[in-house]
Design a protein around this ligand. Structure first.
Ligand SMILES: Cc1cc2nc3c(=O)[nH]c(=O)nc-3n(C[C@H](O)[C@H](O)[C@H](O)COP(=O)(O)OP(=O)(O)OC[C@H]3O[C@@H](n4cnc5c(N)ncnc54)[C@H](O)[C@@H]3O)c2cc1C
Length: 407
């Protein structure tokens, strides 16, 4: 039962109605995923293995849109569903994780959000249907070697083209997730170097096939290449590529972040799955005397401590979800949830490594679990950086929740 949510003009009733509807929706979406879902090969691994895998992924994303699971919150005119509730998005994400199904790409969801908020009529008409059909995968060309947390320091320049039509864009982007198979990119470039840092930036929506783009995948320590360096050498863009206003790029980026809320509830499910894997590895890791790690008191104590932390994050997430359901979020809900989840995620991978390190053997039956931990150990830290690093989250929480002055 939802607890009282004071002071936001919404009472018990709204949340309770939403809850009743959500149970039915959960059953529906779970069955859909079981029947059609394409499996995730490993956490954070989104780039297709080959052409056939890519076809399956695009068809799966299209199926999620066609069934009204994705894009349901869009205006009805663009394919949204009347009667859609924010809770549906939360349930969808939870069930995708529970069912280990390929998850919608954040970059595509953010592109859709930006197009709906800032796109011209022509851009929406051309680009939104191609998101729904799986034809367009999107990437984000924001970060640069000298501009990440401090994105407004970006230096990629869009200079007016000498022939007077549009701009020529030159510079370098980095950590561009999915750029090697994306069809479209949201690009941030500086159109005016002479005014205040945020004000001179413009957002563009560009086909990734434009001449002058050089896309080089970066291999990570997981062995996978999920993101790229993107070099831009006099890439010609026109007024039709501008998203929002010239000089209005900052509003485009900052508005997109709000659409990440759908992932909050999914974090708790992810941690529950990881905790189950932790117990599984402790049951399968054997010490020199052939006892399993789980039989040892010090391991039990560490697992108990981990369980307490998982429970803490579940409560933090549940609190945020209650507010999302009645449309009464706090600005700090996102940063608190992200910080708590990503840091605990790293701590769990470290504990799993500690257990595996001290074992002399791991039962064959847990080979998959052990491989997952090895991958997650190498991958997990990335989550404490992407979408705003932990230090940045702490700064936001300090200012937004605690009212501390900016350092
Ligand atoms: C998995 C992954 C996927 C990504 N995908 C994309 C993508 O698709 N498109 C894209 O454009 N970018 C992407 N990024 C880049 C991401 O946005 C940046 O890595 C992030 O913003 C941090 O910037 P940075 O790497 O330049 O680190 P920096 O900003 O240089 O930070 C370095 C360190 O300094 C700390 N720091 C920085 N500023 C402060 C401060 N004010 N106070 C306290 N500490 C501070 C940081 O927390 C960090 O520990 C991705 C990153 C990852 C890890």
């Amino acid at each position: 039962m939802p607890t009282d949510i004071d002071g936001h003009g919404h009472g018990h009733h709204d949340a309770f109605d939403a809850r009743g509807d959500l149970d039915a929706y959960r059953r529906e979406v779970r069955a859909f995923i079981a029947e059609h879902g394409v499996p995730m090969s490993a956490e954070g691994v989104r780039v297709p293995r080959d052409a056939e895998h890519e076809r399956q992924i695009r068809a799966w994303l299209a199926a999620l849109y066609a069934a009204g699971h994705l894009g349901a919150g869009w205006p009805v005119r663009w394919g949204g569903r009347a009667g859609h509730l924010p809770g549906h998005d939360l349930v969808l994400m939870e069930e995708l994780i529970r069912g280990n199904a390929y998850r919608p790409l954040d970059q595509v969801m953010l592109a859709a959000h930006s197009l709906l908020a800032f796109g011209s009529e022509v851009q929406r008409r051309e680009l939104l249907p191609k998101i729904r059909s799986g034809e367009h995968i999107w990437c984000q060309l924001f970060s640069e070697p000298e501009a990440g947390s401090d994105l407004a320091a970006l230096r990629t320049r869009a200079r007016p083209a000498p022939d007077g039509h549009g701009w020529l864009v030159s510079g370098q982007k980095v950590w561009s997730t999915d750029a090697q198979w994306a069809d479209m990119g949201t690009l941030l470039a500086r159109t005016d170097p002479d005014i205040a840092r945020h004000a001179g930036i413009t957002a563009f929506v560009i086909p990734m096939t434009l001449p002058g783009l050089d896309i080089r995948p970066i291999r990570e320590m997981t062995g996978h290449a999920e993101f790229c360096e993107v070099f831009l050498d006099d890439v010609r863009v026109g007024p039709e590529h501008v998203l929002g206003a010239v000089g209005g790029g900052w509003q485009v980026v900052t508005s997109g972040l709000a659409s990440e809320r759908a992932f909050v509830g999914a974090h708790a499910v992810q941690l529950e799955r990881m905790y189950a894997d932790l117990v599984a590895i402790a049951r399968a890791a054997r010490f020199g005397d052939a006892t399993v790690a789980l039989a040892h008191e010090d391991v039990q104590a560490k697992l108990a401590e981990a369980l307490v932390r998982v429970e803490e994050v579940r409560l933090i997430v549940r609190d945020a979800v209650e507010r999302i359901l009645v449309d009464a979020e706090h600005p700090s809900d996102g940063p608190v949830g992200k910080l708590a989840y990503t840091e605990l995620n790293v701590a769990l991978t470290e504990l799993a490594m500690e257990i595996m390190d001290s074992a002399v053997s791991i039962d064959d039956s847990a080979a998959d679990v052990a491989a997952r931990w090895q991958h997650n150990f190498l991958w997990g830290r990335a989550l404490t950086i992407s979408g705003g690093a932990s230090e940045i989250m702490r700064g936001l929480i300090g200012r937004q929740l605690l009212g501390l002055p900016r350092a």
